[in-house]
Design a protein around this ligand. Structure first.
Ligand SMILES: Cc1ncc(COP(=O)(O)O)c(C=O)c1O
Length: 390
């Protein structure tokens, strides 16, 4: 039987990590994998997480099963941060998921069970979005996310929504768009909220980088604006970046509607999907987040660490945009883009050349991890880019 299996394409980013690890050059630069790095190039455990883990070690008295919904204390503690302090609690319910990935999977699966047939989505997007939509068996309808000028393409979204059919959902990045860093402006979100509502499509909002753009409140603007107007929505949330928990797989899936029965059924369907997929989500990281959010000192420590990350990325973006024109690449837009990623308009040959000649590793799409740049390597990176993009 097993000989019937087809080969699968290697995951490009995992292949890039392997290549980077095998490169003996000491001044190589890793801009591939999507994790935050300090100015020393490290991805340390947050101090707030360490403190919460210590508390957990001392106080956790059981590791008995929790159930498919996971740690509901964690799920509920996040609600004011995601939806806002004044959000009507009766309209939202959630469950824990293994990372933002698990949350996106739950959202797309629940959408399918609710009758969604097609997902509208701006591209480029996080590659796993398309893989999840395909794995769930829905049709993906794409539109352009970025204009030729490098801004978010609201007209493309408008056109897609105008052509929407019954049974459509739209998948939107809440902030810090991956891979482009090009977010909708506040004014655009105001329009999007009205457009989505008028179109009748089901919004699926993916918030994987809250706090890494302009701040926890600021980064929730679009999501909250849409939720203030639409009758119902699904939300996929990740704590893996803003709590630095990557491998601990911490996320949450929420449904929003004022129909109490529909809300309960969304959760019941999410639970049965979780039960048949991973049974229940990993506990440790979510328990640590719950402890942070239930302790004012730990919350303040976490928010200060998040501020530090954002400040560092703002510094990198400032330095890159100050370079203005590097070969054929206009660097100015990098200064106003948000979050961990930006995409450089260079071709495959140039991406290969910057890797082979200069030891700079970036995704085949031209996506760079902003946090991979430090005081020690940013000048070398700009010079290398100038060389290959001459
Ligand atoms: C847009 C987006 N959504 C969801 C995720 C999932 O994050 P994780 O599963 O690591 O929590 C990512 C991670 O890269 C992402 O970029």
């Amino acid at each position: 039987m097993l000989k019937n299996l087809q080969q699968q394409p290697a995951d490009a980013l995992l292949a890039l990590i392997k290549l980077h690890n095998a490169d003996p050059r000491v001044d190589k630069i890793d801009l591939g994998v999507g994790v935050y790095r300090t100015s020393d190039g490290a991805t340390p455990v947050f101090k707030a997480i360490k403190a919460a883990e210590q508390k957990l070690l001392e106080t956790q008295d059981s590791k008995a099963y929790l159930g498919p919904e996971g740690d509901m204390g964690f799920v509920h503690a996040l609600i004011p941060y995601v939806f806002g302090k004044d959000f009507d609690r009766s309209k939202v319910e959630g469950m824990q998921a293994p990372g933002g990935t698990g949350a996106v999977r739950l959202a797309v699966e629940v959408a399918k069970r609710a009758g969604v047939k097609r997902i509208l989505m701006g591209t480029p997007s996080w590659p796993n979005h398309a893989q999840i939509v395909a794995a769930v068996g829905l049709e993906l309808v794409t539109f352009k996310h970025v204009t030729a000028e490098g801004t978010a393409d609201l007209n493309a979204l408008k056109t897609a929504l105008a052509a929407a059919q019954p049974g459509d959902a739209v998948l939107l990045h809440g902030c810090c768009h991956n891979p482009t860093g090009v977010d909708y402006t506040k004014a655009q979100w105001d329009e999007i909220a009205a457009l989505v509502t008028a179109s009748g499509v089901l919004p699926i909002l993916d918030l994987a980088y809250q706090g890494l753009g302009d701040g926890m409140e600021e980064d929730a603007y679009g999501l909250r604006k849409v939720l203030a107007e639409v009758p119902e929505a699904l939300v996929a949330y990740s704590c893996d970046k803003n709590f630095g928990l990557y491998r601990d797989r911490v996320g949450a899936f929420y449904a929003v509607t004022s129909d109490a029965t529909a809300l309960a059924n969304a959760m019941a369907n999410g639970s049965t999907i979780a039960r048949a997929s991973w049974s229940m989500p990993p506990d440790h990281g979510a328990a640590a987040v719950r402890l942070i959010l239930s302790d004012a000192d730990l919350t303040a420590l976490w928010l200060a660490e998040l501020d530090e990350m954002r400040d560092r990325m703002a510094w990198v973006r400032e330095r890159l945009s100050a370079a203005q024109q590097v070969g054929t690449v206009n660097m100015a837009p990098l200064g106003i883009q948000k979050g961990l990623f930006s995409m450089l308009p260079i071709n495959g040959d140039q991406i290969l050349a910057i890797r082979e000649k200069h030891g700079v590793y970036m995704a085949g799409s031209g996506r760079i991890n902003i946090a991979g740049l430090t005081n020690g390597n940013i000048d070398k990176f700009i010079a290398a880019l100038g060389d290959v993009a001459a």
